[in-house]
Design a protein around this ligand. Structure first.
Ligand SMILES: NC(=O)c1ccc[n+]([C@@H]2O[C@H](COP(=O)([O-])OP(=O)(O)OC[C@H]3O[C@@H](n4cnc5c(N)ncnc54)[C@H](O)[C@@H]3O)[C@@H](O)[C@H]2O)c1
Ligand SMILES: CC(C)(O)[C@@H](O)C(=O)O
Ligand SMILES: [Mg+2]
Ligand SMILES: [Mg+2]
Length: 348
């Protein structure tokens, strides 16, 4: 494992050069990897593992839309596609990729199939970190590991097909076999990670819940809405407000940040823009800092986990989420966005 200096702090990371695919295949050559759940991470990880030459099966509820999706993706009923219970029995590595709330209901079935020597794999520290709320407590004779891709399963698959890699974290919760670390890294490489950085289950779930509620999703949507609403209130058109708030960000400036950092994006804007952005950056940072404090606290007390469990365990959780997403989609701002996207020359 390489020690790499990240802005002054040394961390353990694993790169593809150091742990090539051949080595990963060798480590897992006698394993049957059962990917349980075919929502967002399930397809990304299962398809990448399959295309990378691992022995993979998928477990999914048969009466579901995602069973049909699995069939379309080339999984074959009775050969590589099974009901959850059968996949649990057949797999030696169980990749628990049901929704975090769904994992609670499925845990007794998974627990029963987890014979000594098998491996339990998560892509989130949720289940075991909040075990007082989830009831997920693996027995001591199984390896318990984590590989958490830092992005959507959709991106994991797309980037794999483009020859790129999404970074993932990895962690070991229990090492019963003595080989848990090697297995975790091999699976991380197998699912198509760029580089792997080390964490533990608690740090993974705390940072992940903070990130998605914060800058990655919640804060992002909130700050965009606030600026769009202000511009509209001050008499700017939907086109102007949307372009100045979202389209320029996603089509131009954030790509420059991705390529070469914030200062590079700034350097490619006018000196007028640079002066103003440098002046206002700290004001925004300080304004939202207390909200981030509140968010982290809510994660650490388990409040966020409980809310997620309570809402996403309801039988109609999917319909309710869809209704909330529809409301977002139907708002003026995002309807304006749909029009703007249609007008992109590359979409014509
Ligand atoms: N979505 C992502 O891209 C992403 C990224 C990183 C980590 N993760 C983690 O990966 C895991 C899977 O997340 P996801 O977003 O792919 O899940 P998801 O919400 O898409 O659900 C996955 C599958 O679980 C099934 N399911 C839900 N409740 C069930 C139940 N009671 N019994 C049986 N099946 C049930 C659904 O039908 C679906 O096929 C979670 O731990 C999540 O935190 C997800
Ligand atoms: C893709 C995310 C937001 O990184 C993941 O954490 C999730 O929960 O879907
Ligand atoms: Mg998450
Ligand atoms: Mg995440």
């Amino acid at each position: 494992m390489a020690k790499i200096n990240f802005g002054g702090t040394e961390e353990n990371v694993v790169t593809r050069e150091e742990f090539p695919l051949d080595k990963a295949r060798e480590v897992l050559k006698n394993e049957t990897i059962a990917v349980l759940g075919y929502g967002v991470q399930g397809p990304g990880q299962a398809l990448n593992l399959r295309d990378n030459g691992f022995n993979v099966i998928v477990g999914q509820r048969k009466d579901s839309k995602t069973w049909e999706k699995a069939l379309k993706d080339g999984w074959v009923e009775g050969e590589t596609l099974f009901e959850l219970e059968e996949a649990c029995e057949r797999g030696t590595i169980l990749q628990f990729l049901l929704s975090d709330a769904g994992q609670i209901a499925a845990w007794p079935m998974v627990q029963k199939a987890l014979k000594p020597g098998k491996t339990l794999y998560f892509s989130h520290g949720f289940g075991v970190t909040f075990s007082d709320r989830t009831g997920i407590v693996p027995s001591k004779d199984v390896d318990v590991i984590l590989v958490a891709p830092k992005g959507s399963g959709t991106s994991l698959r797309r980037m794999f097909l483009e020859g790129k890699g999404l970074n993932s974290s990895f962690a070991i919760y229990q090492d019963a076999s003595g080989n848990a670390r090697e297995k975790a890294v091999a699976l991380g490489i197998g699912v198509g990670s760029g580089y792997l950085f080390e964490t533990d289950f608690k740090k993974e779930v705390y940072s992940d819940l903070t990130g998605e509620r914060g800058t990655l999703m919640g804060a992002l949507a909130g700050i965009l809405e606030a600026q769009y609403n202000l511009l509209r209130k001050k008499g700017h058109s939907p086109s102007e407000s949307f372009n100045e708030t979202v389209e320029e960000l996603t089509e131009s400036l954030i790509l420059l940040v991705a390529e070469n950092g914030m200062d590079w994006m700034y350097a490619n804007c006018s000196t007028t823009a640079q002066r103003g952005a440098l002046d206002w950056k700290n004001k925004f940072r300080d304004a939202v800092a207390p909200v981030f404090e509140e968010l982290y606290e809510s994660v650490a007390t388990g409040e966020e986990a409980q809310r997620s469990i309570d809402t996403n365990s309801q039988p109609d959780y999917r319909e309710k989420l869809d209704a909330e997403l529809k409301e977002l989609r139907d708002s003026e701002m995002w309807q304006a966005g749909a029009q703007v996207r249609k007008l992109r020359p590359q979409n014509n």
